[in-house]
Design a protein around this ligand. Structure first.
Ligand code: ADP
Ligand SMILES: Cc1cn([C@H]2C[C@H](O)[C@@H](COP(=O)(O)O)O2)c(=O)[nH]c1=O
Ligand code: ZN
Length: 192
């Protein structure tokens, strides 16, 4: 389990943490867990998500188990810099839907001494890197890769298999549109 920064960090130093994985892997729950702990530590927290993510709620980050935390929906990454004034922690959910400018935004926030926590899908339904996630993982201080359980065989899943016929990279959805699969089960359904 991820534990907060240790004493070796510079007291004014910002950090970038990335939580990456497939759908249903617990990214949002882990993000909410870290934010609740930051609030216990009396840290000022701001949470952002892309406006395109209208799946459960317009103004909340919501997990598949319906845990939720208030958030600000933003059109693009530049708006995060404008809105993140005087905070200790900036959190960003569904980071895969943001533009590539999110990488610079996170660097700037960390340079300002802010703890930045980013959660998102590392791969799309084709198994290809998704949006700014690969670069964010490269520049992060800490990367946590989380996993779902494969609905095919019960082992650890890292792929989000799309169950409906649609080739667009962005297609909001839930259990009727996607299922988490391990590499073996994913390759099996792809080769059918
Ligand atoms: N196949 C699965 N593997 C793991 N968790 C699942 C699965 N299907 C449903 N869940 C539920 O999804 C929750 C994780 O939801 P969430 O944090 O929103 O994930 P993510 O943000 O990664 O999509 C789990 O705690 C579990 O209750
Ligand atoms: C794989 C994949 C997913 N999406 C969408 C589907 C959901 O609305 C979100 C992921 O949400 P989660 O919190 O990680 O469960 O992304 C997509 O648009 N394209 C894809 O390839
Ligand atoms: Zn499997």
């Amino acid at each position: 389990m991820f534990l907060e920064r240790d004493v070796s960090h510079h007291k004014n130093g910002g950090t970038i943490e990335v939580i990456a994985g497939s759908m249903f892997s617990g990214k949002t729950e882990e993000l909410i867990r870290r934010l609740r702990r930051a609030k216990f530590a009396r840290q000022k927290v701001e949470i952002f998500k892309p406006v395109v993510d209208t799946r459960y709620s317009l103004e909340e980050v919501v997990s598949h188990d319906e845990n939720s935390i208030p958030s600000t929906p933003v059109e693009n990454s530049a708006n995060i810099l404008l809105l993140a004034g005087n905070v200790d922690v900036v959190a960003i959910d569904e980071a895969q839907f943001f533009d590539k400018g999110l990488v610079d935004v996170c660097q700037k926030l960390a340079d300002m001494g802010i703890r930045v926590i980013v959660a998102g899908l590392d791969m799309d339904f084709k198994g290809k890197p998704f949006g700014p996630m690969p670069e964010l993982m490269a520049i992060a201080n800490y990367v946590s890769k989380v996993h779902a359980i494969c609905v095919g065989c019960g082992s650890v899943a890292q792929f989000s298999h799309r169950l409906v016929s649609n080739e667009k990279q962005v297609l909001l959805g839930e259990k009727s549109e996607y299922e988490p699969l391990c590499r073996v089960c994913y390759n099996q359904v792809k080769n059918q």
